[in-house]
Design a protein around this ligand. Structure first.
Ligand SMILES: *Cc1c(COP(=O)(O)O)cnc(C)c1O
Length: 460
């Protein structure tokens, strides 16, 4: 019988994916279906549903990696089944994690880079919690040794990322967030005396404030803490939250002293998945030397028949991100990181200069001397007929995702907008965005948004 006369039922494999039984229905939302379906059909439907997400490459609100080399993707796929905690079963993965720790410790100028302790985490949030916990235990042990109470720990910081509010609440430590005064965008040395006391477990300095990208002056903060130790007797260490700056400053601001070169810096955390260029799901925390991580916090897991010390909030964790971080270090080297981060910095500064020319926008941070990003506000004292929220919405029509938000602390009334430049945001993409911003502003000027007259807080 010739093929064109054969009549058989559509099997899942043969039917067009949009003519199968499952593609005829809405996908379940509350109950697992009774029956199985073909992987091809379900893949297709789930894949299509995700079309409604924003396009990550146009998401200029995120610091996180949105572009990876094919080889990085391949290593991620090959490691999908590897659990980071199974150090006995996957000793080479454990070895790779250790190598990353020492390379980062060296990058951050640890005086004991080859022997110090550190670990991978799921991101900077977990890394900050571990850094904060170690500081709490160091303080607690000193207080016990001195026969003093240890029930009211606090830490002092500027405009921190939300993970520090979490640390404060989850681990019962008072957060003393210094409000921004005048035109300050971060913690200043002169703020410290008023906020620190004998119960201060550490000062958190942010290298790359989330809201504006600026670096807090770690060396100057340390110097003030030295003075305070002389005058008041409190020996307070610093944890540097270098979530973003940890992989920018060593390559772009090579002469800036912010890391373990400063004696008072006891621990540093950084996000591998931000400017570390690794795929989502990895952060790092490194201690200056082994003495800074209290033994009480370390648990031992089996490792090649021996014991491996671990300090983490999680147990099982994917290993691919760590393996890929190692790939990035080897493949790019310092040369590659420098070129990528410098290209981002150049583009950010170029974009800042162009944004300043658009008219209604005033730069708050111009991409120089800190993270490769731009942030700006609407010029004061004018009715522009629109808010930055309106502008965000307008450029979203072209797929751009740009964050607008109020500056924290004292300057809660100032609304700013921030554009991140990272690996994969080329000069051409930045130019396309600029054209769209310019068109959006022109449109909004010609078509003022009535609700904006009441001010940005009303809209918010
Ligand atoms: C992003 C960020 C964090 C949180 O990092 P994750 O890797 O997203 O957990 C903490 N601190 C700062 C300063 C950040 O920018």
């Amino acid at each position: 019988m010739p093929l064109h006369t054969v009549k058989k039922q559509d099997t899942a494999g043969a039917a067009d994916v949009y003519t199968t039984e499952v593609s005829d229905q809405r996908l379940p939302k509350y109950r697992m279906p009774e029956n199985s379906s073909s992987p091809r059909d379900i893949y297709n439907l789930v894949h299509d549903e995700l079309l409604l997400d924003g396009n990550s490459r146009q998401n200029l609100a995120t610091f996180c990696t949105t572009w990876s080399e094919p080889e990085a993707r391949q290593l991620m796929a090959e490691s999908i089944d590897k659990n980071m905690i199974d150090k006995d079963e996957y000793p080479q993965t454990a070895e790779i994690e250790k190598r990353c720790v020492h390379m980062i410790a060296d990058l951050f100028h640890s005086p004991a880079a080859q022997t110090t302790v550190g670990c991978s985490t799921t991101g900077s949030s977990e890394a900050c919690m571990l850094g904060g916990l170690a500081a709490k235990w160091r303080w607690k042990k000193k207080r016990i040794a001195a026969g003093k109470p240890y029930d009211k720990p606090n830490f002092v910081c500027g405009p921190v990322q939300i993970c520090w509010d979490k640390f404060a609440r989850y681990f019962d430590v008072e957060i003393r967030q210094v409000p921004l005064k005048g035109d300050a965008l971060g913690l200043r040395p002169e703020d410290l005396r008023q906020y620190c006391d004998e119960n201060t477990i550490c000062v958190v300095a942010t290298l790359g404030v989330t809201f504006t990208g600026v670096y807090e002056p770690v060396a100057a903060l340390a110097k003030e803490l030295d003075e305070m130790e002389k005058d008041l007797g409190f020996d307070i260490g610093i944890h540097v939250d270098a979530a973003s700056g940890g992989f920018i400053a060593p390559f772009v601001q090579k002469n800036l002293i912010w890391d373990f070169q400063i004696e008072r810096v006891k621990s540093i955390s950084a996000s591998g998945h931000k400017y570390g260029l690794a795929p989502l799901g990895v952060g790092w925390v490194i201690w200056r030397d082994t003495d800074q991580l209290p033994q009480e916090l370390i648990f031992n897991v089996d490792y090649l028949g021996g014991q491996m010390p671990t300090f983490a909030l999680n147990f099982s964790r994917p290993a691919g991100q760590i393996i890929t971080q190692y790939y990035d270090f080897l493949r790019l080297g310092r040369e590659g990181y420098t070129k990528i981060q410098q290209a981002c910095a150049d583009t950010a500064q170029w974009l800042a200069a162009e944004i300043a020319k658009l008219g209604p926008l005033e730069l708050v941070y111009d991409g120089k001397d800190a993270l490769p990003l731009v942030c700006y506000k609407l010029k004061d004292g004018q009715d522009h007929g629109f808010t930055l929220y309106d502008l965000s919405e307008r450029v979203r029509l072209r797929g751009w995702l740009i964050a607008s938000y109020p500056l924290p602390a004292d300057r809660g009334q100032t609304i700013i907008q921030r554009i991140l430049i990272r690996h994969g945001v080329s000069r051409d993409l930045a130019q396309l965005l600029l054209d769209d911003l310019s068109k959006a502003i022109k449109h909004l000027k010609e078509n003022p948004v009535p609700h904006s007259v009441a001010g940005p807080t009303f809209h918010h």
